[in-house]
Design a binder for this molecule. Structure first.
Ligand SMILES: NC(=O)c1ccc[n+]([C@@H]2O[C@H](COP(=O)([O-])OP(=O)(O)OC[C@H]3O[C@@H](n4cnc5c(N)ncnc54)[C@H](O)[C@@H]3O)[C@@H](O)[C@H]2O)c1
Ligand SMILES: [Zn+2]
Length: 380
């Protein structure tokens, strides 16, 4: 079992992330220790897919710790992370008479986590919640950091709040049932965190994937997976502690914005394919390759590091093809990305593996963008 503490800069609060194989069966004890002592009732939010797999274990653990429990299931998929699911979730909390001293637990991927966290942030002006993430992406990224949101017809995560969980309990065994594309998507986000934040984290991730692909992992697999996920959570926690609300004026290489590496292009790729072809993390895989190509063409990143980045993304898994997508169309959608501030895109580029640099979009010639797209969207 690994522990990571998240310290929040603005207040003197902190909470713990616990990571291990089979931890879900101890959810009740974990909740007792992480939630305020007066907590009586817990509403567990999940979806049918995840609840069928892990609902019994989670509910039993909560009952054994003497909580009064109820559960609410949302639709499975990004399209259900919307205002009408949010309304249903709030209606459920009201109908169950949850009080300010009660709590919500999110059991599922980032979709469940984002919606449950947002519902908890506004119900009775904010009640406590815990994250029990069950996808790789949610375990290393979305469950840590307190960003919660739902989508609207205008775009993704348009309505939301910063609301930190009281704790995060990660059961690495839940990843054994995760579809392979979801794993690939999660690994791409892991590679992103290493690429922008720490060469050591990048290397640890790549080595883990190398061992997995050579399937020599054997019994040691769980232990090193637990450690690797803990290292990713610690990295995310450090970034969050240092920049809890993603300050717009910050352009340094430790600001929360560096986590958007690969995301400018990823959002454009998702959009031009009508959100049907790529899992978000897969699109981030291509987005990192494009940002890497731009960095190299601007003379910021050396070719050797770009090759290592490509090799790591290859190890993450097979990405859907992208070589039929037109650079002009992709570039056309960029201007409308919300990561652009004041009408100008800030690109997160790489100086080297482990160090990001923010570059104003006006400093990058359109022909460099087009050439980088053409090079990066080829099968790798
Ligand atoms: N809040 C943040 O900081 C933050 C950061 C990154 C992403 N996100 C959000 O996260 C969401 C994506 O999350 P995601 O990638 O986890 O997708 P997801 O929640 O849709 O889960 C992917 C799929 O896996 C299934 N699933 C979940 N756990 C499983 C398991 N253990 N076994 C089998 N199937 C399982 C789900 O039912 C779903 O079909 C997006 O909405 C994104 O905006 C939020
Ligand atoms: Zn992402």
């Amino acid at each position: 079992m690994q522990h990571v503490r998240v310290r929040l800069s603005q207040r003197r609060e902190e909470y713990s992330i616990e990571i291990g194989a089979g931890t879900l069966s101890r959810l009740g004890d974990y909740a007792r220790q992480a939630l305020p002592p007066h907590t009586r009732r817990i509403a567990l939010f999940s979806n049918r897919t995840v609840f069928d797999l892990y609902g019994d274990t989670a509910m039993r653990a909560l009952r054994e710790a003497k909580f009064k429990t109820s559960y609410w299931l949302m639709g499975d998929g990004e399209r259900y992370k919307n205002l009408s699911s949010l309304k249903r979730a709030l209606d459920f909390l009201s109908a169950s008479n949850l009080e300010r001293t009660d709590a919500v637990i999110a059991l599922g991927g980032g979709v469940v986590g984002d919606l449950a966290g947002f519902a908890a942030s506004i119900y009775l002006r904010g009640i406590a919640y815990l994250q029990a993430p069950t996808t790789l992406l949610a375990q290393i990224d979305s469950s840590v950091g307190g960003k919660t949101a739902v989508n609207t017809s205008v775009g993704k995560n348009i309505v939301g709040a910063f609301h930190q969980p009281r704790g995060v309990l990660i059961d690495t065994e839940t990843l054994t049932s995760l579809p392979v594309r979801e794993l690939t998507a999660g690994w791409c986000e892991c590679i992103k965190q290493g690429a922008v934040g720490s060469r050591k984290l990048f290397d640890e991730t790549r080595q883990f994937l190398l061992r997995e692909s050579a399937s020599e992992a054997g019994n040691k697999r769980d232990i090193s997976l637990t450690k690797l996920i803990a290292a990713h959570c610690a990295f995310k926690a450090r970034i969050v502690a240092n920049d809890e609300r993603e300050a717009l004026e910050r352009t340094d290489s430790r600001s929360r914005r560096i986590l958007n590496f690969g995301h400018t292009i990823a959002h454009a790729l998702e959009k031009v394919t009508d959100y049907k072809r790529f899992r978000h993390g897969e699109a981030v895989g291509y987005g990192m390759l494009v940002a890497g190509e731009i960095s190299k063409r601007l003379g910021i990143l050396d070719g050797f590091d770009l090759e290592s980045l490509k090799a790591a993304i290859r190890l993450a898994g097979r990405l859907p093809h992208a070589n039929d997508l037109r650079p002009a169309e992709i570039l056309g959608t960029l201007a409308r990305d919300k990561k652009s501030v004041g009408g100008h895109i800030k690109w997160i580029l790489l100086e080297r593996l482990g160090r990001a640099r923010l570059v104003d979009g006006r400093e990058i010639a359109p022909r460099v963008l087009r050439a980088s797209l053409r090079a990066a969207l080829q099968p790798i």
